[in-house]
Design a protein around this ligand. Structure first.
Ligand code: 5AD
Ligand code: SF4
Length: 439
Protein backbone atom coordinates (compact mmCIF):
# COMPACT_ATOMS: atom_id res chain seq x y z
CA UNK A 1 0.00 0.00 0.00
CA UNK A 2 1.33 3.43 -0.90
CA UNK A 3 2.06 5.55 2.18
CA UNK A 4 -0.25 8.47 2.87
CA UNK A 5 0.63 11.77 1.22
CA UNK A 6 0.89 14.57 3.82
CA UNK A 7 1.95 18.21 3.63
CA UNK A 8 2.81 21.11 5.91
CA UNK A 9 2.41 24.65 4.55
CA UNK A 10 3.51 27.92 6.11
CA UNK A 11 2.63 31.30 4.64
CA UNK A 12 4.57 34.56 4.86
CA UNK A 13 3.56 38.01 3.58
CA UNK A 14 0.36 39.66 2.47
CA UNK A 15 -3.27 38.63 2.15
CA UNK A 16 -2.73 37.80 -1.52
CA UNK A 17 -0.24 35.19 -0.35
CA UNK A 18 -2.60 33.96 2.38
CA UNK A 19 -5.32 33.51 -0.23
CA UNK A 20 -2.92 31.86 -2.71
CA UNK A 21 -2.15 29.38 0.08
CA UNK A 22 -5.87 28.60 0.39
CA UNK A 23 -5.87 27.73 -3.30
CA UNK A 24 -2.64 25.70 -3.02
CA UNK A 25 -4.03 23.77 -0.01
CA UNK A 26 -7.22 23.01 -1.96
CA UNK A 27 -5.17 21.83 -4.94
CA UNK A 28 -3.00 19.58 -2.75
CA UNK A 29 -6.05 18.09 -1.04
CA UNK A 30 -7.58 17.44 -4.44
CA UNK A 31 -4.37 15.55 -5.33
CA UNK A 32 -4.88 13.26 -2.31
CA UNK A 33 -2.65 15.07 0.21
CA UNK A 34 -3.65 15.54 3.87
CA UNK A 35 -2.58 18.67 5.74
CA UNK A 36 -0.65 18.21 9.00
CA UNK A 37 0.30 20.70 11.69
CA UNK A 38 4.08 20.22 11.93
CA UNK A 39 7.04 19.89 9.61
CA UNK A 40 7.98 16.66 11.42
CA UNK A 41 4.68 14.97 10.47
CA UNK A 42 4.76 15.99 6.82
CA UNK A 43 6.09 14.24 3.72
CA UNK A 44 6.07 17.49 1.76
CA UNK A 45 6.98 20.83 3.35
CA UNK A 46 5.95 24.00 1.49
CA UNK A 47 6.82 27.61 2.27
CA UNK A 48 4.78 30.31 0.52
CA UNK A 49 7.21 33.19 0.70
CA UNK A 50 7.36 37.00 0.67
CA UNK A 51 10.19 39.19 -0.61
CA UNK A 52 8.78 42.67 -0.02
CA UNK A 53 11.62 43.53 2.38
CA UNK A 54 14.91 41.83 3.08
CA UNK A 55 13.74 40.67 6.53
CA UNK A 56 10.73 38.88 5.03
CA UNK A 57 12.99 37.15 2.53
CA UNK A 58 15.45 36.00 5.20
CA UNK A 59 12.66 34.22 7.10
CA UNK A 60 12.32 31.47 4.53
CA UNK A 61 16.05 30.79 4.39
CA UNK A 62 16.14 30.62 8.21
CA UNK A 63 13.22 28.21 8.14
CA UNK A 64 14.88 26.03 5.49
CA UNK A 65 18.06 25.99 7.54
CA UNK A 66 16.20 25.01 10.72
CA UNK A 67 14.55 22.05 9.04
CA UNK A 68 17.20 20.90 6.61
CA UNK A 69 17.98 17.89 8.81
CA UNK A 70 14.51 16.58 7.93
CA UNK A 71 15.48 16.04 4.31
CA UNK A 72 17.61 13.11 5.47
CA UNK A 73 14.34 11.45 6.47
CA UNK A 74 13.19 11.61 2.84
CA UNK A 75 10.98 14.67 3.21
CA UNK A 76 10.62 16.98 0.20
CA UNK A 77 10.75 20.78 0.32
CA UNK A 78 8.98 23.28 -1.95
CA UNK A 79 9.48 27.05 -2.06
CA UNK A 80 6.51 28.96 -3.49
CA UNK A 81 5.60 32.61 -3.91
CA UNK A 82 7.60 35.78 -4.26
CA UNK A 83 11.06 34.61 -3.10
CA UNK A 84 10.68 31.60 -5.40
CA UNK A 85 9.92 33.81 -8.39
CA UNK A 86 12.67 36.29 -7.50
CA UNK A 87 15.49 33.86 -6.74
CA UNK A 88 14.45 31.07 -9.15
CA UNK A 89 16.92 28.22 -9.58
CA UNK A 90 19.43 29.97 -7.31
CA UNK A 91 17.36 28.50 -4.45
CA UNK A 92 18.52 24.99 -5.47
CA UNK A 93 22.15 26.14 -5.11
CA UNK A 94 21.53 27.75 -1.73
CA UNK A 95 19.33 24.93 -0.41
CA UNK A 96 19.99 21.80 -2.53
CA UNK A 97 17.39 19.77 -0.62
CA UNK A 98 14.60 21.93 -2.13
CA UNK A 99 12.87 20.02 -4.96
CA UNK A 100 10.30 22.49 -6.25
CA UNK A 101 10.42 26.26 -6.80
CA UNK A 102 7.34 28.03 -8.16
CA UNK A 103 6.11 31.61 -8.45
CA UNK A 104 2.41 32.43 -8.04
CA UNK A 105 1.79 32.86 -11.76
CA UNK A 106 2.57 29.15 -12.29
CA UNK A 107 0.32 27.64 -9.60
CA UNK A 108 -2.17 26.41 -12.14
CA UNK A 109 0.54 23.91 -13.17
CA UNK A 110 0.86 22.61 -9.58
CA UNK A 111 -0.96 19.28 -10.20
CA UNK A 112 1.52 18.44 -12.95
CA UNK A 113 4.50 19.64 -10.85
CA UNK A 114 3.28 17.47 -7.93
CA UNK A 115 3.07 14.40 -10.17
CA UNK A 116 6.69 14.96 -11.22
CA UNK A 117 7.70 15.42 -7.58
CA UNK A 118 6.02 12.16 -6.63
CA UNK A 119 7.84 10.42 -9.48
CA UNK A 120 11.08 11.39 -7.70
CA UNK A 121 12.11 14.33 -9.88
CA UNK A 122 13.97 17.18 -8.21
CA UNK A 123 14.75 20.74 -9.33
CA UNK A 124 11.22 21.25 -10.65
CA UNK A 125 10.44 24.87 -11.52
CA UNK A 126 7.40 26.98 -12.31
CA UNK A 127 8.96 30.34 -13.08
CA UNK A 128 8.23 31.31 -16.63
CA UNK A 129 4.64 32.48 -16.58
CA UNK A 130 4.93 36.11 -15.57
CA UNK A 131 3.71 37.26 -18.97
CA UNK A 132 0.58 35.12 -18.72
CA UNK A 133 -2.89 36.59 -19.18
CA UNK A 134 -4.39 34.09 -16.78
CA UNK A 135 -5.13 34.24 -13.08
CA UNK A 136 -5.02 31.15 -10.89
CA UNK A 137 -8.51 30.05 -9.88
CA UNK A 138 -9.54 26.69 -8.54
CA UNK A 139 -12.87 25.36 -7.35
CA UNK A 140 -10.97 23.54 -4.58
CA UNK A 141 -9.94 26.66 -2.60
CA UNK A 142 -9.64 25.55 1.04
CA UNK A 143 -10.88 28.70 2.80
CA UNK A 144 -9.31 29.03 6.23
CA UNK A 145 -11.78 31.51 7.74
CA UNK A 146 -15.38 30.35 8.27
CA UNK A 147 -17.08 33.71 7.66
CA UNK A 148 -14.65 35.94 5.71
CA UNK A 149 -13.86 34.87 2.15
CA UNK A 150 -11.11 36.31 -0.01
CA UNK A 151 -11.68 36.73 -3.73
CA UNK A 152 -8.84 37.73 -6.07
CA UNK A 153 -10.10 40.17 -8.71
CA UNK A 154 -6.75 41.25 -10.18
CA UNK A 155 -3.23 39.84 -10.00
CA UNK A 156 0.16 41.39 -10.70
CA UNK A 157 1.10 45.05 -10.96
CA UNK A 158 2.11 47.39 -13.80
CA UNK A 159 2.97 50.40 -11.64
CA UNK A 160 6.71 49.75 -11.11
CA UNK A 161 7.20 51.94 -8.03
CA UNK A 162 10.96 52.27 -7.83
CA UNK A 163 11.34 50.37 -4.52
CA UNK A 164 8.92 47.50 -5.15
CA UNK A 165 9.50 43.85 -6.11
CA UNK A 166 5.87 43.04 -6.85
CA UNK A 167 5.89 43.70 -10.62
CA UNK A 168 8.83 41.31 -10.87
CA UNK A 169 7.50 38.60 -8.54
CA UNK A 170 3.82 38.63 -9.49
CA UNK A 171 4.03 39.68 -13.11
CA UNK A 172 1.90 41.97 -15.19
CA UNK A 173 -1.59 43.07 -14.26
CA UNK A 174 -4.41 40.72 -15.23
CA UNK A 175 -8.02 41.09 -14.12
CA UNK A 176 -10.65 38.40 -13.77
CA UNK A 177 -13.95 38.84 -15.60
CA UNK A 178 -16.69 40.43 -13.52
CA UNK A 179 -19.00 37.47 -14.21
CA UNK A 180 -16.42 35.06 -12.78
CA UNK A 181 -15.94 37.28 -9.69
CA UNK A 182 -19.71 37.61 -9.17
CA UNK A 183 -20.21 33.87 -9.68
CA UNK A 184 -17.66 33.19 -6.93
CA UNK A 185 -19.27 35.80 -4.66
CA UNK A 186 -22.69 34.14 -5.07
CA UNK A 187 -21.28 30.65 -4.41
CA UNK A 188 -19.52 31.97 -1.31
CA UNK A 189 -22.73 33.58 -0.02
CA UNK A 190 -24.60 30.30 -0.62
CA UNK A 191 -21.99 28.56 1.54
CA UNK A 192 -22.84 30.92 4.41
CA UNK A 193 -19.96 33.44 4.26
CA UNK A 194 -21.11 36.98 5.08
CA UNK A 195 -17.92 38.98 4.51
CA UNK A 196 -16.02 39.24 1.25
CA UNK A 197 -12.61 40.79 0.84
CA UNK A 198 -11.73 41.61 -2.76
CA UNK A 199 -8.00 41.27 -3.30
CA UNK A 200 -5.45 42.62 -5.71
CA UNK A 201 -1.99 44.13 -5.49
CA UNK A 202 -3.63 47.09 -7.09
CA UNK A 203 -7.30 46.39 -6.67
CA UNK A 204 -8.69 49.61 -8.11
CA UNK A 205 -6.79 49.40 -11.38
CA UNK A 206 -9.25 46.55 -12.12
CA UNK A 207 -10.28 46.35 -15.81
CA UNK A 208 -13.04 43.90 -16.61
CA UNK A 209 -11.83 41.80 -19.58
CA UNK A 210 -15.51 41.48 -20.57
CA UNK A 211 -15.86 45.28 -20.45
CA UNK A 212 -19.04 45.00 -18.35
CA UNK A 213 -18.07 46.65 -15.02
CA UNK A 214 -15.79 49.34 -13.71
CA UNK A 215 -14.17 48.65 -10.33
CA UNK A 216 -16.84 50.75 -8.58
CA UNK A 217 -19.63 48.88 -10.39
CA UNK A 218 -18.08 45.56 -9.42
CA UNK A 219 -17.94 46.71 -5.78
CA UNK A 220 -21.63 47.62 -5.93
CA UNK A 221 -22.56 44.29 -7.53
CA UNK A 222 -20.62 42.24 -4.95
CA UNK A 223 -22.12 44.35 -2.16
CA UNK A 224 -25.61 43.50 -3.41
CA UNK A 225 -25.14 39.72 -3.48
CA UNK A 226 -27.88 38.34 -1.16
CA UNK A 227 -26.42 37.20 2.17
CA UNK A 228 -23.29 39.37 1.99
CA UNK A 229 -23.12 41.87 4.87
CA UNK A 230 -19.59 43.27 4.55
CA UNK A 231 -17.33 43.93 1.58
CA UNK A 232 -13.74 45.13 1.89
CA UNK A 233 -11.08 45.69 -0.77
CA UNK A 234 -7.28 45.79 -0.59
CA UNK A 235 -4.99 47.44 -1.74
CA UNK A 236 -5.83 50.64 -3.59
CA UNK A 237 -3.36 52.83 -5.45
CA UNK A 238 -4.05 56.59 -5.18
CA UNK A 239 -3.38 57.05 -8.89
CA UNK A 240 -6.38 54.84 -9.79
CA UNK A 241 -8.60 55.99 -6.93
CA UNK A 242 -11.61 57.52 -8.70
CA UNK A 243 -14.48 59.45 -7.19
CA UNK A 244 -17.08 56.84 -8.16
CA UNK A 245 -15.54 54.53 -5.52
CA UNK A 246 -16.62 57.00 -2.82
CA UNK A 247 -20.05 57.41 -4.47
CA UNK A 248 -20.61 53.67 -4.40
CA UNK A 249 -19.57 53.44 -0.73
CA UNK A 250 -22.20 56.11 -0.10
CA UNK A 251 -24.85 54.14 -1.95
CA UNK A 252 -24.22 50.52 -0.91
CA UNK A 253 -24.39 49.98 2.87
CA UNK A 254 -22.56 46.62 2.81
CA UNK A 255 -19.35 48.31 1.58
CA UNK A 256 -17.29 48.74 4.74
CA UNK A 257 -16.46 52.12 6.29
CA UNK A 258 -12.75 51.66 5.71
CA UNK A 259 -10.32 52.45 2.90
CA UNK A 260 -6.64 51.56 2.89
CA UNK A 261 -4.83 54.04 0.65
CA UNK A 262 -1.03 53.75 0.83
CA UNK A 263 0.69 57.14 0.55
CA UNK A 264 4.33 56.04 1.07
CA UNK A 265 5.64 59.61 1.65
CA UNK A 266 4.40 63.15 2.30
CA UNK A 267 7.20 64.70 0.21
CA UNK A 268 6.57 65.53 -3.47
CA UNK A 269 10.26 65.03 -4.20
CA UNK A 270 10.41 61.58 -2.60
CA UNK A 271 7.11 60.54 -4.24
CA UNK A 272 8.59 61.48 -7.64
CA UNK A 273 11.72 59.48 -6.89
CA UNK A 274 9.52 56.54 -5.84
CA UNK A 275 7.68 56.85 -9.23
CA UNK A 276 4.35 56.95 -7.42
CA UNK A 277 2.79 59.14 -10.15
CA UNK A 278 1.03 61.54 -7.76
CA UNK A 279 1.81 64.51 -5.55
CA UNK A 280 0.77 65.03 -1.91
CA UNK A 281 -1.92 67.44 -3.19
CA UNK A 282 -3.35 64.81 -5.54
CA UNK A 283 -3.40 62.30 -2.69
CA UNK A 284 -5.02 64.73 -0.26
CA UNK A 285 -7.75 65.51 -2.79
CA UNK A 286 -8.78 61.83 -2.68
CA UNK A 287 -8.66 61.90 1.12
CA UNK A 288 -10.96 64.97 1.02
CA UNK A 289 -13.47 63.01 -1.11
CA UNK A 290 -13.39 60.19 1.45
CA UNK A 291 -13.81 62.59 4.36
CA UNK A 292 -16.83 64.13 2.63
CA UNK A 293 -18.58 60.73 2.36
CA UNK A 294 -21.98 60.30 4.03
CA UNK A 295 -20.63 57.81 6.57
CA UNK A 296 -17.38 58.38 8.50
CA UNK A 297 -14.79 56.32 6.63
CA UNK A 298 -11.81 55.01 8.55
CA UNK A 299 -8.54 55.61 6.70
CA UNK A 300 -5.32 53.62 6.86
CA UNK A 301 -2.06 53.82 4.96
CA UNK A 302 1.43 52.44 4.33
CA UNK A 303 4.46 54.67 4.66
CA UNK A 304 8.17 54.14 4.01
CA UNK A 305 10.84 55.98 6.02
CA UNK A 306 14.44 56.40 4.94
CA UNK A 307 13.91 56.10 1.18
CA UNK A 308 17.17 56.94 -0.69
CA UNK A 309 17.65 60.70 -0.54
CA UNK A 310 14.92 61.30 2.08
CA UNK A 311 16.03 64.36 4.07
CA UNK A 312 14.83 65.35 7.51
CA UNK A 313 12.62 67.97 5.77
CA UNK A 314 11.07 65.25 3.57
CA UNK A 315 10.46 63.12 6.64
CA UNK A 316 8.78 66.04 8.43
CA UNK A 317 6.45 66.37 5.44
CA UNK A 318 5.42 62.74 6.01
CA UNK A 319 4.71 63.56 9.67
CA UNK A 320 2.70 66.61 8.58
CA UNK A 321 0.65 64.46 6.22
CA UNK A 322 -0.15 62.01 9.04
CA UNK A 323 -1.28 64.94 11.19
CA UNK A 324 -3.44 66.26 8.38
CA UNK A 325 -5.15 62.97 7.46
CA UNK A 326 -5.53 61.58 11.01
CA UNK A 327 -5.39 57.92 9.97
CA UNK A 328 -6.82 55.17 12.16
CA UNK A 329 -3.97 52.82 11.30
CA UNK A 330 -0.53 53.22 9.71
CA UNK A 331 1.82 50.47 8.55
CA UNK A 332 5.27 52.04 8.59
CA UNK A 333 8.38 50.43 7.11
CA UNK A 334 12.07 51.21 6.89
CA UNK A 335 13.20 51.31 3.27
CA UNK A 336 14.80 48.03 2.23
CA UNK A 337 16.72 47.81 -1.07
CA UNK A 338 15.31 44.95 -3.19
CA UNK A 339 16.78 42.98 -6.10
CA UNK A 340 15.80 44.04 -9.64
CA UNK A 341 14.10 47.27 -8.53
CA UNK A 342 15.05 50.70 -10.00
CA UNK A 343 15.83 52.15 -6.54
CA UNK A 344 18.56 49.53 -6.04
CA UNK A 345 20.98 51.80 -7.92
CA UNK A 346 20.10 54.82 -5.76
CA UNK A 347 22.39 55.44 -2.81
CA UNK A 348 20.74 54.08 0.34
CA UNK A 349 21.68 57.39 1.97
CA UNK A 350 19.84 57.25 5.29
CA UNK A 351 21.89 55.34 7.87
CA UNK A 352 20.16 52.46 9.67
CA UNK A 353 20.17 54.31 13.02
CA UNK A 354 18.46 57.31 11.44
CA UNK A 355 15.88 55.04 9.74
CA UNK A 356 15.15 53.55 13.16
CA UNK A 357 14.83 57.00 14.69
CA UNK A 358 12.41 58.19 11.99
CA UNK A 359 10.34 55.04 12.34
CA UNK A 360 10.06 55.47 16.12
CA UNK A 361 9.17 59.18 15.86
CA UNK A 362 6.51 58.42 13.26
CA UNK A 363 4.99 55.53 15.22
CA UNK A 364 4.89 57.63 18.40
CA UNK A 365 3.13 60.52 16.62
CA UNK A 366 0.68 58.12 15.04
CA UNK A 367 -0.07 56.50 18.39
CA UNK A 368 -1.19 59.87 19.72
CA UNK A 369 -3.40 60.44 16.65
CA UNK A 370 -5.03 57.04 17.16
CA UNK A 371 -5.48 57.61 20.88
CA UNK A 372 -7.63 60.64 20.03
CA UNK A 373 -9.42 58.97 17.08
CA UNK A 374 -10.37 55.85 19.03
CA UNK A 375 -11.45 57.87 22.08
CA UNK A 376 -14.07 59.63 19.91
CA UNK A 377 -16.01 56.36 19.60
CA UNK A 378 -16.91 56.26 23.30
CA UNK A 379 -20.70 56.33 23.65
CA UNK A 380 -21.37 55.12 20.07
CA UNK A 381 -23.18 51.89 19.26
CA UNK A 382 -21.34 49.89 16.60
CA UNK A 383 -22.17 46.65 14.84
CA UNK A 384 -19.44 44.04 15.21
CA UNK A 385 -18.81 40.64 13.72
CA UNK A 386 -17.74 38.15 16.39
CA UNK A 387 -14.26 36.85 15.56
CA UNK A 388 -13.27 34.98 18.69
CA UNK A 389 -14.71 33.86 22.02
CA UNK A 390 -12.74 33.00 25.14
CA UNK A 391 -15.34 31.12 27.22
CA UNK A 392 -13.03 30.72 30.22
CA UNK A 393 -12.57 34.46 30.57
CA UNK A 394 -16.02 35.44 29.24
CA UNK A 395 -14.35 37.65 26.64
CA UNK A 396 -15.48 38.20 23.07
CA UNK A 397 -13.37 39.73 20.29
CA UNK A 398 -15.20 41.43 17.44
CA UNK A 399 -14.48 43.81 14.58
CA UNK A 400 -16.35 46.88 13.40
CA UNK A 401 -17.10 47.81 9.81
CA UNK A 402 -14.28 50.37 10.19
CA UNK A 403 -11.99 47.36 10.79
CA UNK A 404 -11.38 48.26 14.45
CA UNK A 405 -11.06 45.48 17.04
CA UNK A 406 -13.90 45.71 19.60
CA UNK A 407 -13.60 43.59 22.78
CA UNK A 408 -16.36 43.02 25.28
CA UNK A 409 -17.30 40.85 28.23
CA UNK A 410 -20.07 38.25 27.97
CA UNK A 411 -21.97 37.08 31.05
CA UNK A 412 -24.89 35.12 29.50
CA UNK A 413 -24.71 31.28 29.57
CA UNK A 414 -24.51 31.01 25.75
CA UNK A 415 -21.73 33.04 24.12
CA UNK A 416 -22.30 34.50 20.64
CA UNK A 417 -21.06 32.31 17.81
CA UNK A 418 -18.01 33.37 15.80
CA UNK A 419 -19.28 34.94 12.60
CA UNK A 420 -22.46 36.33 14.20
CA UNK A 421 -23.21 40.06 14.24
CA UNK A 422 -24.28 42.10 17.23
CA UNK A 423 -24.35 45.67 18.50
CA UNK A 424 -21.95 46.94 21.13
CA UNK A 425 -21.93 50.22 23.04
CA UNK A 426 -18.36 51.57 23.20
CA UNK A 427 -17.28 52.33 26.77
CA UNK A 428 -13.49 52.56 26.47
CA UNK A 429 -10.72 53.10 23.95
CA UNK A 430 -7.05 52.32 23.40
CA UNK A 431 -4.87 53.44 20.46
CA UNK A 432 -5.53 50.14 18.62
CA UNK A 433 -8.80 48.78 19.98
CA UNK A 434 -12.15 49.59 21.55
CA UNK A 435 -13.97 48.02 24.49
CA UNK A 436 -17.68 47.93 25.08
CA UNK A 437 -20.79 46.11 26.25
CA UNK A 438 -23.38 44.30 24.13
CA UNK A 439 -26.73 46.11 23.82
N1 5AD B 1 11.11 48.70 1.47
C1 5AD B 1 10.28 49.05 2.47
N2 5AD B 1 8.95 48.95 2.39
C2 5AD B 1 8.42 48.51 1.23
N3 5AD B 1 7.14 48.32 0.84
C3 5AD B 1 7.15 47.85 -0.42
N4 5AD B 1 8.41 47.72 -0.87
C4 5AD B 1 9.23 48.14 0.15
C5 5AD B 1 10.64 48.25 0.29
N5 5AD B 1 11.47 47.94 -0.70
C6 5AD B 1 6.00 48.64 1.68
C7 5AD B 1 5.10 49.67 1.01
C8 5AD B 1 3.93 48.84 0.57
C9 5AD B 1 3.86 47.79 1.63
C10 5AD B 1 3.08 46.57 1.28
O1 5AD B 1 5.20 47.47 1.87
O2 5AD B 1 4.72 50.61 1.99
O3 5AD B 1 2.73 49.59 0.46
FE1 SF4 C 1 5.22 39.95 -0.14
FE2 SF4 C 1 4.51 41.60 -2.09
FE3 SF4 C 1 4.71 39.03 -2.59
FE4 SF4 C 1 2.71 39.93 -1.05
S1 SF4 C 1 3.07 40.36 -3.23
S2 SF4 C 1 3.97 38.17 -0.65
S3 SF4 C 1 3.76 41.60 0.04
S4 SF4 C 1 6.35 40.42 -2.00
Amino acid sequence: MASEKTFYLETFGCQMNAHDSEKVIGTLQQQGYRRVETEEDAGLILYNTCSIRDKAEQKVFNRLNDYKKLCKEGKRFAVLGCVAQQEGEKIFDRAPYVSLVSGSASYRNLPEMLTRLEAGESRITGLDDRETDETFETEFTARQNPYRAYITIIEGCDKFCSYCVVPYTRGKERSRSSSSVLGEARRIADLGYTEIQLLGQNVNSYRDPEGKSSFAELLAAVGQVPGIRRVRFMTSHPRDFTRDIVDVIDQVPTLCDHVHLPVQSGSARVLASMAREYTPEWYLERIAWLKAARRPISLSTDIIVGFPGETVEDFIQSLDLLAQVQYDCVFAFKYSARPNTPSLVMIDSVPEAEKNRRLQVLLERQREIQRVNYFKHIGEIVEVIVEGVNPARGQVAGRSSQNKPVNFAWSQPIAPAPGSYLCVRITGAFPNSLVGEPV
